[in-house]
Design a protein around this ligand. Structure first.
Ligand code: 4GP
Length: 806
């Protein structure tokens, strides 16, 4: 009401236009919310009060954004992802703050960057995920081995808001019965068990805009309330809480696999629980508008982040046909108009398949619908390719294996209007390999590419504030954080000596900071003047940390063979590794063990001193990436060509003024195109040759690179501990066909590292390369990705913001 408006405005949460306003709010929270005095305000209290003060403002913006989006009711984007690898950190006070580690690696971090861009660009968008009680495990290194420790991250999280009033009951198991009502036969899914989904909301603020979107995470809870008092009173305490515990298990833990699927029943339960709750929410919001159903795709775009949410396609078809009473064809047109599917990998072991029997048991009605989707799809294929029986077998959503399997990627393609890969090479590869038949069936237009990107707000401005500030001083202020192509203004300053000097000083300071972190966490002292060579990412054979550590051993042997005088001429290097291995991935764990074993020998070798240090940083995560990326001179993106869909840390390192050594794979190729071949160190075989090489290994003669052979011999001599521990790694190359082409690429890898050394000796030239590269990185902002998705896949517009109303 008008009369109260002014009073309401006065009482509104201060919007912190000045430091004092913020400080007052912090003090207010210490004294009232936390009921303490400033004299007994410890770190935790200071942290809590600071976040609460900030949170107040966030909530105001969030509420207004939501009100406005509801009022305008334009098309919304829903990003469904089982992982959102957020990471939070505010220096010092914030040692208190836990990383929100709800993801494994690239796929989850991409989702987090996308949320940031969606809000910054003012798109009406929601993220939907699961609120895991245990995020990705914490990694400890004990005696050189990875040990997993649970990460219970929900102790105190000021950034989430439980919505106990937003709940959805999710059904599992049961049976399907046919019923006739009004002359129409319908399928009714009955019986089974119900688990309740409770919403927890996390506000996602945009940069330099009041738009604050919502990330909704579902938590599972027993539907029958806290516990069964009846059983409790009967003295059966254990089973009175059993139901609750079983229900809570669904959202208890993030599966710790990256680029690997393991067909566990609980995982399928997670997937259905999450998509059913999210769709219920989305459909409820749509129904409020009372629009006809055929307008659903004009109001709703749902993006499937990998195949994990593919059941959403089936669930929406079920809602429309079984519950809303639409005809099959009309419903299917709505479904396919709504969904888009992003593929993130071509690795066969990562493609999701579920046993038909398991789906039948858990989701009986969904299996029927999947069979019907498949039937109609195969009928259309048969019509188009009448004499080709083979193609039907190849593209069927049901794989006729023992046991029969549901191929989730095929279901995702059939149920979406667009399918995209995440870098040019990868998008081409999916069209010519795993999804080739579907390009024949649907034509090429259904398949597209959106090359990944990263948010410069976090990966430059927050992670590397000094560099961001220096860049701002040359690019006309902070605008570049919203339009990253403005970085190109840096190029005209390359000749400016003072600028280059400042640039180099910032890099050095960042290296000092990382050196301190290394000292604090490993006890090893490294010289910040050395070349810092970094490979941090999930440990995986295809990412080839083994190639890196074999290269390090080669360097060590080369240095050992030198005279002291020769050694003096060598460039000191620190090889830094970090990354988690999936707990069940034995070979990846052996790789970690080898890296640590090499470090243990090299780091205390007095002949070598500073010339080579080998560091394994424990528990690599988003917060640590923010310390590591700004401190890197060269980073390694050395996957076997054709295996890394895109990679995004390659972009983070270059944007932070580091160069990269890499294969012609994923986004490395586009990075090269943008920054120029002379600013990147490429090596190794090309993707088009990989198949032939593998074939030759298995069916022709396979000779191991002689330098690599020497490395293997040294390991086998016991230089780095019990050789038996590493025999499988060596055998993978020597005896088992060297699937990842370690030997084929070894020589060119070593040679290219020599070029890196030479280039680094010319510091002026090196800095010029770094600045040029940063200047040309504008393309790799996630803002560009989101605009491409919006235009090509979602058909949504941003919602203009009126700042005065905030
Ligand atoms: C990852 C890819 O391995 C990585 O190349 C890509 O940059 C990232 O997705 C984001 O698109 N894939 C996975 C996975 O994490 O589990 O498939």
């Amino acid at each position: 009401p008008e009369p109260q408006r002014e009073a309401w405005k006065r009482n509104q949460i201060a919007s912190f236009t000045d430091k004092d306003g913020f400080e007052k709010e912090v003090v207010r929270h210490v004294e009232t919310t936390l009921a303490r005095s400033m004299f007994n305000c410890d770190e935790i209290a200071a942290y809590s009060a600071t976040s609460l003060a900030f949170r107040d403002r966030l909530i105001t913006h969030w509420n207004k954004t939501q009100q406005r989006q509801t009022y305008v009711d334009s098309k919304r984007v829903y990003y469904l992802s089982l992982e959102f690898l957020m990471g939070f950190r505010i220096e010092d006070v914030v040692k208190q703050e836990h990383d929100a580690a709800l993801g494994n690696g690239g796929l989850g971090r991409l989702a987090a960057c996308f949320l940031d861009s969606l809000a910054t660009l003012n798109f009406p968008a929601w993220g939907y995920g699961l609120r895991y009680r245990y995020g990705i495990f914490k990694q400890e290194i004990i005696d050189g081995y990875q040990v997993e420790v649970p990460d219970y991250w929900l102790d105190f999280n000021p950034w989430e808001f439980p919505r106990h009033d937003v709940t959805v009951d999710i059904q599992f198991f049961g049976q399907v019965n046919k019923k006739t009502t009004g002359g129409r036969t319908i399928s009714v899914w009955e019986g089974g068990e119900i688990v309740r989904a409770v919403a927890y909301d996390v506000p996602i603020p945009g940069y330099d805009t009041p738009t604050t979107n919502n990330l909704r995470l579902w938590s599972s809870k027993a539907s029958g309330g806290e516990f069964d008092f009846q059983k409790f009173n009967n003295g059966d305490y254990e089973s009175s809480v059993a139901e609750q515990q079983r229900a809570e298990t669904i959202s208890a833990v993030l599966y710790p696999n990256d680029n690997l699927e393991r067909g566990k029943e609980l995982r399928l339960k997670q997937q259905y629980f999450w998509v059913a709750a999210s769709l219920y929410d989305i459909v409820r919001r749509f129904k409020k508008s009372r629009r006809p159903w055929n307008e659903f795709p004009d109001q709703v775009a749902i993006q499937l982040n990998d195949t994990h949410p593919t059941l959403a396609i089936v669930e929406l078809q079920r809602i429309l046909v079984d519950i809303e009473g639409l005809e099959w064809d009309a419903a299917w047109e709505i479904v396919t108009g709504t969904f888009g599917y992003t593929n993130h990998t071509v690795l066969p072991e990562a493609l999701e398949k579920w046993p038909v029997g398991l789906v039948q048991h858990l989701l009986p009605r969904h299996l029927q619908i999947i069979y019907d989707i498949n039937l109609f799809f195969l009928q259309s294929v048969e019509k188009a390719f009448p004499s080709d029986r083979e193609i039907l077998r190849r593209v069927s959503i049901i794989e006729e294996s023992q046991p029969k399997m549901v191929r989730m990627a095929f279901l995702a393609i059939v149920g979406s209007h667009k399918v995209n890969g995440v870098a040019e090479l990868h998008s081409d590869l999916i069209k010519t390999t795993i999804f080739k038949d579907f390009v024949e069936i649907y034509g090429p237009d259904k398949f597209t590419n959106v090359t990944n990107g990263i948010t410069p707000r976090r990966w430059l401005h927050q992670a590397n504030p000094r560099l961001s500030e220096l860049i701002a001083s040359k690019c006309g202020g902070n605008e570049f954080l919203k339009d990253l192509t403005l970085l190109n203004q840096l190029e005209k300053h390359i000749g400016d000596k003072k600028f280059r000097k400042e640039w180099a000083e910032i890099k050095y300071a960042n290296k000092v900071r990382l050196a301190k972190h290394i000292k604090d966490t490993t006890g090893v002292v490294v010289n910040p003047a050395s070349l810092f060579d970094v490979q941090v990412k999930r440990i995986h054979e295809y990412k080839r940390q083994q190639l890196n550590i074999f290269g390090v051993i080669h360097r060590y042997l080369t240095l050992k063979a030198m005279t002291p005088d020769e050694r003096k001429k060598q460039l000191p290097r620190v090889s830094i590794f970090g990354g988690k291995a999936a707990p069940g991935y034995w070979m990846a764990k052996q790789i970690i063990h080898l890296i640590n074993s090499v470090g243990a020998v090299v780091n205390k070798d007095e002949d070598i001193g500073d010339l080579l240090k080998v560091i394994f940083l424990e528990d690599y995560n988003v917060s640590k990436a923010e310390i590591i990326c700004p401190a890197s001179d060269i980073s390694e993106h050395i996957s076997t060509a054709g295996t890394e869909a895109s990679g995004t840390s390659n972009m983070k390192f270059v944007l932070n003024g580091g160069l990269i050594i890499g294969t012609c794979d994923g986004a490395n190729i586009e990075i090269t195109r943008e920054i120029g071949e002379s600013n990147i160190f490429l090596f190794g075989n090309l993707s088009e040759d990989v198949e032939d090489l593998r074939h030759a290994h298995n069916y022709g003669s396979h000779t191991i690179d002689p330098d690599l052979d020497k490395v293997f011999n040294e390991i086998e001599d016991g230089t780095f501990g019990n050789p038996h521990d590493f025999s499988a790694m060596i055998a993978a190359v020597r005896q088992h066909g060297d699937y990842y082409l370690v030997s084929d690429d070894f020589h060119s890898y070593i040679e290219t590292h020599q070029l890196v050394d030479e280039a680094y000796r010319n510091q002026d030239g090196w800095i010029a390369k770094c600045i040029t590269s940063v200047a040309r990185m504008g393309f790799f902002t996630s803002d560009r990705c989101i605009n491409e998705y919006a235009e090509e896949i979602w058909n949504v517009e941003p919602l203009a913001v009126d700042r005065r109303s905030f």
